[in-house]
Design a protein around this ligand. Structure first.
Ligand SMILES: Nc1ncnc2c1ncn2[C@@H]1O[C@H](COP(=O)(O)OP(=O)(O)OP(=O)(O)O)[C@@H](O)[C@H]1O
Ligand SMILES: [Mg+2]
Ligand SMILES: [Mg+2]
Length: 774
């Protein structure tokens, strides 16, 4: 076939943009296989069902976008509810996608490929290629030549599309299309694209992060656009978003020559270099590099470049969506030329998404997964990419409970075990086949430098025949003399980085509770009973250094109650209760109902669990607290809308020393205006802070609030939830602000409390906020 008639990837992707087709056909590379097979009848299968929303909803959506830019709270509240509705609708849509209705089999195929293809397409009846978008004028940009680097403009266009919708299904769709195009045209750029989408430059556990400070960025923008720092700052005051200011500054600038357009690999490389500059000249080098990139930016690129540099892309693209798009895109790209039924293709996509998600939870490294995926396809990926010592996995998390009856109800007819819940720091201990030992935190941070004493003892804890392993443990402060556990507060006084033998003032004992990998094999799919046997059989306790979590296989309330009291007497926080056989695999990164935590607080009538909240503002102190901050404004994190929602003022639980330290710390994080992603209702503090620190907080109960905005739209359409009598417990250094308690968790806690208070026939308190004087 002559290349002239060969449909291009562009024409295939670009459903319905006639005026561009001719040009794009000529531009596109001819090496690509002819994809028109995909446009024949059985591809009716490809269709991703997108339920047509009525105009009203579209209107809501555009309102939502406007809301991001307005400060009108009441409108915001109203829109928020609609947003939630849309999200729910989207979930339904996803269900439809999984289980398509039999009446709706049409695979939408673009009627607008070139003339030869259109004959075939007619046979398949007039359809639009929905998998690549039915109104896909936005895909006209997928027109770079195969083998050439992906233009940064194409990625930024996708970012913009994603930012302009709140519908998860649409977000996934936009990204999938981009990824398919990249897999087909420039697969070498897939990894970099994924990193840019996630606003990362390497695997999380390597710890290299963007997050360039405002001062540097303002300087670079100033130098690149000839504007003064002062005028840029004035714009930031007005706009809030530095990305928008950068874009505005660029667009007002007249340039004499057009620089070479940016590409995805060039931007990625630039960002990585910027993050890695250290030492004397690093600030100047960073500014120069950023300036260079900014000068080459066009259109909306400055906005996304600057936001990426800040480490705050905030376009509403969650990692789970990225994983889903990878799975979907790989199946679609593998099947473009094949004739498969809709059902088959859909089930392959579902399976691929599951596979990718599960592999990523065991081996959270795109550096390894993406090249393996491109080389071997999705089918063989599980046998190639597996849990590997040296690469931390996100730990399994537990579900809070408020009573032992709740535990017994949940685990009815299941075998389960109760363990002490130690109050220390989670430690994932790895021994590699080459003998190297490492320790990782709950947050996948390498703690080997913090715990050289543990690293030293690792080789001694394993029996002779053990060559490699991964253990899940808690490192707890230990009183050597009295041979007993010390409270978390003692552990937190330990030096955090580059600890040497002489620095160790606090001894730690490791309590192991799970074995995830042993001698070259992953155990996470095995039952907990088997994993625990492996742990007990292959490791030897050493007094005061390493031992197993204390446990009993109790199964009635009295026995569990006794064990709970015993755990508290032994300085533990309560119990972890876990399934042993059925449904007892290790679920990385999941908050599972197969692990229940029962904290001692529940005995004294608390709310079952503490919350981890982000400090976003403060109130000036009066009286005794003059000179320091008297109280703080806390927020939970809403990962759906990527915003912090105010939940309470807090003024108790601090020692004088802590008050002073907090004041000192937060003085370095003052911002002049609340961030656009703070939702605070009427809770206006005297001073605003950047969201940088997480506090663990206990409270008496939760109530619907006339002031705060936590979980707004989840329990009440316009009101949020607030904490009553909040009390500071500790700083959570092991959690980033985005790992704070989520609005869903807050709503769950509130609902749970309502159920319990109904059960107790107790009247529920509500409507009052815990207001206090400092
Ligand atoms: N026997 C045990 N099994 C599992 N985890 C344990 C055990 N003993 C102590 N832990 C610790 O308890 C933690 C779970 O409860 P905790 O409330 O402390 O969680 P958290 O770190 O505050 O996180 P979140 O509140 O988000 O669940 C685990 O992450 C682990 O560090
Ligand atoms: Mg803990
Ligand atoms: Mg907690």
């Amino acid at each position: 076939m002559s290349s002239f008639h060969q449909p291009t990837l562009f024409s295939f992707l670009n459903g319905g943009n006639k005026k561009n087709n001719k040009k794009k056909d000529n531009e596109c590379n001819n090496n690509e296989k002819k994809p028109n097979a995909t446009t024949s009848k059985e591809e009716t299968g490809l269709k991703r069902k997108i339920i047509d929303k009525n105009k009203e909803e579209e209107l809501n959506e555009s309102n939502n976008k406007n809301v991001k830019k307005t400060n009108d709270t009441s409108l915001k509240e109203e829109i928020n509810l609609k947003k939630r509705k849309i999200i729910n609708d989207d979930n339904e849509e996803k269900e439809v996608f999984k289980k398509p209705k039999s009446t709706d089999t049409s695979m939408d195929i673009d009627e607008n490929t070139n003339s030869q293809d259109s004959t075939k397409i007619k046979k398949a009846e007039k359809k639009t290629l929905t998998i690549f978008g039915s109104q896909d004028s936005e895909y006209q940009d997928f027109n770079w030549k195969a083998g050439e680097p992906v233009p940064y403009a194409v990625l930024c266009k996708t970012f913009e599309n994603i930012e302009n919708t709140t519908k998860r299904i649409k977000i996934q769709d936009y990204l999938t299309k981009l990824l398919v195009a990249i897999i087909k045209l420039s697969p070498n750029n897939l990894l970099e694209t994924i990193y840019l989408c996630l606003n990362r430059i390497c695997p999380e556990y390597e710890g290299l992060e963007l997050g360039i400070g405002e001062t540097i960025l303002i300087k670079a923008i100033g130098e690149a656009t000839g504007r003064s720092a002062k005028s840029i700052k004035t714009d930031i005051e007005k706009q809030g978003d530095l990305g928008n200011v950068a874009q505005m500054s660029k667009s007002n600038q007249k340039t004499l020559f057009k620089p070479k357009p940016l590409t995805v690999p060039a931007v990625f490389k630039g960002l990585k270099e910027i993050a890695m500059f250290t030492g004397n000249q690093s600030q100047t080098r960073k500014i120069n590099k950023i300036k260079g990139l900014l000068i080459a930016c066009n259109g909306n690129e400055p906005k996304y470049l600057i936001r990426s540099l800040e480490g705050k892309l905030r376009i509403g693209l969650a990692e789970q969506t990225v994983l889903m798009s990878i799975g979907q895109a790989i199946v679609l790209s593998e099947n473009m030329e094949k004739r498969k039924s809709k059902e088959r293709l859909e089930s392959e996509i579902t399976k691929a998404i599951e596979t990718i998600k599960s592999i990523y939870s065991e081996l959270p490294s795109y550096d390894i997964i993406i090249p393996a995926l491109l080389e071997n396809g999705i089918q063989n990926l599980s046998s190639i990419c597996k849990l590997t010592p040296g690469i931390p996995l996100k730990p399994m998390l537990a579900h809070p409970t408020k009573s032992l009856t709740e535990v017994l109800n949940r685990f009815e007819n299941l075998t389960f075990t109760c363990e002490y819940k130690y109050d220390g720091e989670r430690a994932q201990i790895h021994k590699l086949e080459n003998g190297e030992c490492r320790i990782y935190s709950r947050n996948m941070e390498n703690l080997s430098n913090k715990y050289p004493d543990i690293v030293e003892r690792i080789p001694r804890i394993a029996k002779n025949d053990v060559t490699s392993f991964v253990l899940d443990c808690e490192a707890v402060a230990w009183d050597k003399e009295n041979k007993c556990i010390l409270p978390f507060q003692v552990l937190s006084t330990r030096k955090r980085k580059n600890v040497e033998a002489g620095d160790i003032s606090v001894q730690v004992c490791v309590f192991a509770f799970d074995c995830l990998y042993l001698n070259g094999k992953s155990l996470i799919k095995k039952t907990f009973k088997e994993r625990r046997e492996a742990l007990h059989n292959s490791f030897t306790p050493i007094e005061g250094e390493f031992t197993f979590a204390k446990n009993v296989n109790a199964n009635n309330v009295d026995e569990i109650q006794t064990f709970l009291e015993q755990s508290v007497n032994d300085s533990c926080e309560g119990l972890m209760i876990k399934t042993l056989e059925v449904d007892s695999s290790y679920e990385p990164s999941k908050r599972s109902r197969n692990w229940l935590k029962v904290k001692k607080d529940y005995i004294s009538g608390g709310i079952g669990d503490s919350l981890d909240l982000v400090v976003i503002g403060a109130y000036t102190g009066r009286g005794k607290r003059t000179g320091s901050y008297g109280g703080y404004l806390l927020a939970c994190y809403d990962n759906e809308n990527e915003e912090y929602q105010s939940i309470c003022k807090i003024g108790t639980g601090f020692s004088d020393e802590q008050l002073e330290k907090h004041t000192e710390f937060f003085k370095q994080h003052i911002i002049t205006k609340p961030k656009p992603y703070y939702r605070v209702g009427d809770a206006k503090p005297d001073i605003w802070f950047d969201a940088v620190q997480v506090w663990e907080v206990k409270c008496a109960d939760l109530s619907i609030s006339p002031v705060h905005q936590a979980a707004v739209g989840l329990v009440d359409p316009v009101k949020g939830i607030s904490l009553r009598f909040p009390r500071f417990l500790r700083i959570r250094d092991d959690k980033t602000p985005e790992m704070a308690t989520t609005s869903e968790q807050v709503a769950d806690m509130y609902n749970q409390q309502v159920v319990i208070s109904k059960n107790n026939a107790a009247s529920q308190s509500g409507g009052v906020d815990d207001d206090f004087e400092y």
